[in-house]
Each structure stands twice: as structure tokens, then as C-alpha cells.
Design a protein around this ligand. Structure first.
Ligand code: GTP
Ligand code: MG
Length: 212
């Protein structure tokens, strides 16, 4: 078997955006609803096999986002091959914090490091599965029943589900993508809770790395 390629990866971002949850979902396929904040940093490893047969061994430093641990971060990002800068799509302030991490990385870290911006917690802003042809109240209110074709029904169903969503999205995909492309970052949206986008996040980073 091929020798695994070791990749040192660091996660950065405001406290509670879901860094540890992303790593634990990737490494153990588990999710804890009320996770305690990380103290200092946590270290995990996980392998991943690419389509071309290469095996990547991620050595992951999951840093603590609380302000009091800020000064430790350089120890973890200094020699990193890749960095994930995570924010919460329901908290605009967490994107501001992410941008300051990106600036710091681009100033201080390994210039060849691959940096990915990650918008986490998308499960909170997605419509719940809708029973389109069932007896939901999607068509209530002022919807014009006799001209409600499939498209309109779908739109009505989606908007009613969004109205019921517990959280509002504060960072649109477009805004995050625009910033990422301007700053030269990859952009991913994930949910550590459902697992959406997690495998792809790590795999795409692995593919971007020079591995020869
Ligand atoms: P620090 O270690 O303090 O920097 O925080 P962190 O970024 O590691 O956040 P953590 O993974 O501890 O998650 C914070 C809270 O958000 C926990 O209660 C998680 O269960 C929750 N959480 C994390 N990811 C998601 C997600 O994708 N969706 C939802 N709904 N909640 C999430
Ligand atoms: Mg953590």
C-alpha cells in the first residue's frame, strides 16, 4: 500500500462556530449537540483516500476560539499545509472574525498553505423537508389556489419552511463566495450536525495540496 502523505491542517475561527464538531464529524462520524469549548487545542488524525489511490493522513490541530487562547494560534498555524477558517452562517460577526484570521494567515503562515473558508451550521438555515403534495398549510394565506402550478407550489412550500426555520441566515452564499474569491480562498458550506459537505471539504483540500 502507498505510504500516506502527511498533511498538517489547522482550524481557526471564533468560538462556537463548530470547529471541533467539524473535526469530530470527519474523524469519528459523530456529533454532540452541546459540545464544551475547546481548551488550548485538540489534536486528531484521520486518513482519507483520494480517487487516484493516494492516501492522505490529516494531522489536525483544532484550536480554541475563545479570545483568551488567541496568542497560542501561531504555534498551530505556523507550519500548517492547510487551514480551515470557519464561521457560522447565522452569525455575521463570525465572518468578520474569519476575515481577520485570513489576514493573519496570509501575513504570517506558510505562503503555500491552502486556505479554505468554511460556512458551517447550514442545517439551521435550510428549509425542513416539506410534504409538497400533502396537507401542509403552504398554500394558506393569499395564495391564488386555482393558478397554483408546480413551481408556485414549490416556492410557497419553501418560503413557508423558511419562515419556520429557527435561525435566519446572516451571511449569504454569494457574500461568502465573493469574499473568498477576492481573497484567493476555497469556499465550502457545511453542517457538522447532518454531515453535509464535511467529507467534500477535507477531500477538496487534499486535492489542492501538492502531494508529489
Ligand atoms: P471553540 O472550541 O470554543 O473554539 O468552539 P468550536 O468552534 O469548536 O465549536 P463547537 O464545535 O464546540 O460547537 C459549538 C456549538 O455549536 C456546539 O453546541 C455544537 O453542538 C454546535 N454546532 C456545531 N456545529 C454545528 C452545526 O453544523 N449545526 C448546528 N445546528 N450546530 C452546530
Ligand atoms: Mg472547539
Amino acid at each position: 500500500a502507498a505510504k500516506p502523505i502527511q498533511v498538517k491542517l489547522v482550524l481557526l475561527g471564533e468560538s462556537a462556530v463548530g470547529k471541533s464538531s467539524i473535526v469530530v464529524r470527519f474523524a469519528q462520524d459523530k456529533y454532540t449537540p452541546n459540545r464544551e469549548p475547546t481548551i488550548g487545542a485538540a489534536f486528531l488524525t484521520q486518513k482519507c483516500r483520494l480517487d487516484d489511490g493516494k492516501v492522505i493522513k490529516f494531522e489536525i490541530w483544532d484550536t480554541a476560539g475563545q479570545e483568551r487562547f488567541y496568542s497560542l494560534a501561531p504555534m498551530y498555524y505556523r507550519n500548517a499545509h492547510a487551514a480551515m477558517v470557519v464561521f457560522d452562517v447565522t452569525k455575521a460577526g463570525s465572518l468578520t472574525k474569519a476575515k481577520s484570521w485570513v489576514k493573519e494567515l496570509q501575513r504570517q503562515a506558510n505562503l503555500n498553505a491552502v486556505i479554505a473558508l468554511v460556512g458551517n451550521k447550514v442545517d439551521l438555515v435550510q428549509p425542513a423537508p416539506v410534504d409538497v403534495d400533502g396537507d401542509t398549510d403552504a398554500g394558506s394565506g393569499t395564495a391564488n389556489q386555482d393558478t397554483l402550478d408546480d413551481t408556485e407550489a414549490a416556492v410557497a412550500a419553501v418560503s413557508s419552511a423558511q419562515a419556520a426555520a429557527p435561525e435566519a441566515r446572516q451571511v449569504s452564499t454569494e457574500e461568502a463566495e465573493a469574499y473568498a474569491s477576492e481573497a484567493g480562498l476555497m469556499y465550502f458550506e457545511t453542517s457538522a450536525k447532518t454531515g453535509q459537505g464535511i467529507e467534500q471539504l477535507f477531500t477538496e483540500i487534499a486535492k489542492k495540496l501538492p502531494t508529489d
